[in-house]
Design a protein around this ligand. Structure first.
Ligand SMILES: [Zn+2]
Length: 380
């Protein structure tokens, strides 16, 4: 009996030593608590499983003399009860701590400011194009869009640029397979629109055009043109001048003036290049007389190379050259089955990049196609 009792005592003592590290629990984190719980489970196995010292003691109950068996049995049970109670107590504390810690970790803090998604914005070319479109739509123009790969016929022949015509070479077109080319001007849309809609018509055709230019500060092989066309009975050069002037006044202010200089284009006759009075110096060519001081400050940084009094956008001339225009050539009307003895029309076109560069004070048009967000974000 005493030998068996010693076995139970030593099992109880071994548990006490092993359990010492759990008697004063100090928890500071979820990971630590989970580690402690694993240690506790291992300890439970060591002291309560079938292979434990306590289990061995239980097996002795049957071998004890009958008069002492009850006393010994009660002793074993008391020790087992105490061990299990202590383990359960710590187990409960650990589980409570872990579930609370997990809840804290996963809690949604509605007071933390949200992360704002990055929003895009329009490209400077698009901003300008839409502004011009709005003005022309209010004057009764329809916006026309068409293909960028054209046949020789639409890109040249129908525009009064026959084979062998010098303009055909000078434009240095991108030819693809035989008979096809990337359009070198948006005038192709004039032909297609007249064929499809018939006359009278008023259209505005913005779009990409392609020429074999080496990129530099003012040239890129792809750029945007915007072309206007008006065909009706009795249309004259006066309508052209009135329309272009009205558009530029709405863009740059009532005081804006326009100037038409004789020129040559195969698809118009007569032809004229048009300029408008500088919107920075108001046509004076002098920086000193700039009414808007903000504009002056913006420009002062880049105008160091120029005499201080000379306006930079117009190079001191007071005029900004913008585009080409003229009365639609009778051959172009004929190509679209429009009778030039009954109908007449005017057309004008210009490059959007050049206008955007002036408007947003951009010194190199290549910036507009490099997709550098640091540049683009300035035009929000
Ligand atoms: Zn100027």
């Amino acid at each position: 009996m005493s030998e068996a009792k010693d076995k139970v005592d030593s099992a109880a003592e071994a548990f006490k030593v092993d359990f010492a590290s759990f008697s004063r629990l100090e928890l500071d984190g979820l990971d630590g608590a989970e580690e402690k719980l694993r240690e506790l489970n291992a300890l439970k196995m060591r002291h309560t499983s079938k292979k434990s010292a306590l289990a061995d003691s239980k097996k002795l109950i049957g071998k004890i003399a009958p008069e002492e068996r009850s006393e010994f049995g009660q002793l074993v049970q008391a020790v087992e009860k105490e061990i299990l109670a202590k383990i359960e107590d710590v187990e409960t504390k650990l589980n409570d701590f872990i579930s609370h810690a997990k809840m804290e970790r996963d809690r949604l803090d509605v007071t933390i400011p949200g992360r704002r998604p990055r929003t895009g914005h329009l490209h400077p070319i698009t901003i300008l194009r839409q502004k011009i479109e709005d003005i022309f739509v209010s004057m009764g123009y329809a916006i026309e869009d068409d293909r960028e790969i054209e046949t020789d016929y639409y890109n040249f022949d129908a525009l009064n640029i026959p084979e062998g015509h010098p303009a055909r070479e000078s434009q240095d077109t991108f030819y693809t397979t035989e008979g096809f080319a990337l359009r070198s001007q948006t005038s192709t849309v004039q032909i297609r629109a007249m064929e499809r809609r018939g006359v009278p018509l008023r259209i505005l055709a913005p779009g990409r055009v392609f020429r074999r230019d080496t990129p530099d500060m003012t040239h890129t092989p792809m750029f945007h043109q915007l072309e206007g066309l008006c065909v009706d009975k009795g249309i004259t050069m006066a309508h052209l001048k009135g329309t272009v002037t009205e558009w530029l006044r709405r863009m740059y202010g009532e005081e804006t003036r326009t100037r038409f200089r004789p020129s040559y284009f195969p698809f118009t006759e007569p032809s004229a290049e048009f300029d408008f009075s500088c919107f920075v110096c108001h046509g004076t060519g002098q920086m000193d007389e700039v009414g808007n001081s903000v504009v002056k400050e913006q420009l002062s940084a880049v105008s160091d190379q120029l005499p201080a009094s000379r306006c930079r956008p117009c190079k001191g001339s007071g005029w900004i050259e913008l585009g080409g225009s003229g009365m639609v050539h009778p051959n172009v009307l004929k190509a679209c089955n429009v009778d030039p003895t009954v109908y007449s029309g005017f057309a004008f076109g210009f490059g959007l990049e050049r206008m955007a560069a002036l408007m947003f004070n951009i010194d190199d048009i290549r910036h507009m196609f490099e997709n550098d967000v640091r540049f683009l974000e300035q035009f929000k």
